[in-house]
Design a binder for this molecule. Structure first.
Ligand code: ADP
Ligand code: MG
Length: 470
């Protein structure tokens, strides 16, 4: 049965291949798997609901023709959706019926696309790029730690979609300049190619919009959402690691990505980890992340820290002596955000107290604000910070209690341990109250979801973040 299905499907594919380009063929037909053939019904497996809808919408006549040629007038196609969220096969349908059910997609030029980033226009849609003009190449200091990523960014900005760096995947730790570089590339593209539709979006916002569109009762909301993104010439998605575990959002992003990539549109992604270290991101997305170029931004060396500080004081019009700059560059080694934080405090305090800038003042600010434990955060340390913060005993954190506050504190400990240490889920679970790796994974997802949905919870997370801040 399977053999027969394979043979028929191969014949169909031969026909289809002759009728469409190789790019779309590889994206939309190569992933389909023939399953069985019985009574002129060919069962095929498609990767997802979106995939199916897209296929139906764009290639229905071609498919129908291919089927008719190989199996005759009374042939039928039966889809099985192979998606981790929807394991059941779709009910048996014959093709014309399904075509009727499938969602009507709006014309690509529809100016009415519902998306918060759209500025209503007369004919063309105008997109608010959401770019921060203050984060550009002019004020992005070049150093050993970011040279490679920066120059890749410049290449991309000169020829968006026209280099092998697609997607450009920028990764590195907290506060090292990923977001700044991503904006700089977008700003530069907008300057060079004002007509190009460039959009910057954080993964958090993307997820939120996807979730709103899914809940929207209006029938085209989800298609509008996806199509809106597919209209971009340059799409920048910040902190892509945030999509971890969000299967449906990843699925939507997959289709947007394919469409853009296939049409030589530029995709720029940032992440706190290299593609290989991301967890709970679907394989097919991870493999696509590796198609282009991955560029790491590393922690800045002394020279770069010095230059960044010098630049900052210069831009603020604050004359400051070299010894103090050197002292700061020597003593704040963690990240650039911290470097900026301290220099801002220094400027503010000196102004407020009418003090001279001095090494003593710099020293006292550093002591108060920088935690120089230099990423040797351990699970123990994280648990201590969490128990202090929530005023719990360690035994309580480890206990079997289902009390909401304790459960949340435990989940936060697991989440931060995953985020800030290199331990496996199993090790984290065993150290935080003898739980298994699945519990830790669940905790990570729960925390990520609560960050979006629960304002109070989000506040805990950002308070705690500041205590960990590298
Ligand atoms: P990330 O996204 O990696 O967490 P950001 O891009 O938000 O980090 O950078 C943190 C801060 O440091 C921002 O204010 C940014 O402008 C500044 N910054 C980062 N890299 C540089 C650089 N090379 N030159 C100047 N400022 C930088
Ligand atoms: Mg960032």
């Amino acid at each position: 049965m399977k053999e027969a299905a394979k043979k028929v499907w191969e014949e169909c594919l031969d026909f289809i291949k002759d009728n469409i380009d190789e790019g779309p063929f590889n994206v939309w037909f190569a992933p389909i798997e023939p399953v069985s053939l019985e009574d002129n019904i060919l069962k095929i497996k498609v990767p997802s609901q979106y995939f199916l809808e897209w296929l139906e919408e764009n290639y229905i006549s071609l498919l129908r023709l291919a089927m008719r040629r190989t199996l005759g007038e009374h042939s039928r196609l039966f889809y099985i959706i192979d998606s981790p969220i929807q394991k059941q096969p779709l009910p048996s349908t014959n093709r014309p019926e399904l075509a009727k059910q499938s969602l009507a997609l709006p014309e690509l030029k529809d100016p009415q696309l519902k998306n918060p980033f759209v500025i209503p226009g007369i004919r063309e849609i105008t997109v608010d790029s959401q770019l921060n003009l203050h984060q550009n190449f002019d004020n992005f200091v070049e150093g050993e730690s970011n040279r490679f990523a920066r120059s890749a960014g410049i290449s991309v900005a000169n020829k968006p979609g026209g280099t092998a760096f697609n997607p450009l995947f920028i990764f590195g730790g907290v506060g090292l300049g990923k977001t700044h570089l991503a904006h700089a590339i977008g700003v530069d593209i907008k300057e060079k190619f004002p007509k190009k539709k460039v959009l910057y979006v954080s993964s958090e916002k993307f997820t939120q919009q996807f979730s709103n569109a899914s809940k929207d009762k209006e029938k085209n909301a989800l298609n509008d959402f996806i199509h809106f993104y597919q209209l971009m010439d340059v799409l920048i998605v910040d902190d892509i690691q945030f999509l971890s575990g969000k299967v449906r959002t990843q699925d939507a992003f997959f289709h947007i990505f394919n469409h853009l990539h296939q049409n030589n549109k530029q995709v720029i992604l940032t992440s706190d980890k290299a593609p290989v270290d991301l967890f709970d991101i679907e394989q097919r997305l991870l493999s696509r992340f590796k198609w282009g170029l991955s560029a790491e931004i590393k922690a800045p060396d002394y020279q770069t820290r010095y230059k960044i500080l010098q630049n900052k004081f210069l831009n603020d019009g604050t004359p400051i002596n070299e010894d103090i700059v050197a002292y700061l560059a020597e003593n704040i080694r963690t990240n650039i955000r911290e470097l900026e934080g301290v220099s801002n405090s220094l400027i503010a305090q000196a102004a407020f107290n009418r003090k001279e800038y001095s090494i003593e003042l710099a020293q006292s600010i550093i002591e108060k604000s920088v935690k120089n434990h230099q990423s040797i955060l351990t699970i123990d340390h994280i648990q201590r910070i969490i128990t202090d913060y929530f005023n719990l005993a360690l035994e309580e954190l480890h206990s079997k209690t289902r009390k909401r506050n304790v459960v949340q504190a435990r989940q936060l400990a697991m989440y931060f341990a995953k985020k800030y240490t290199k331990n496996s889920l199993a090790v984290i679970g065993s150290q935080i109250g003898q739980r298994d790796h699945a519990t830790v994974l669940h905790a990570c997802k729960t925390v990520e979801n609560l960050i979006i949905t629960d304002r109070e919870f989000k506040k805990y997370v950002s308070d705690l973040e500041s205590k960990f801040s590298d």
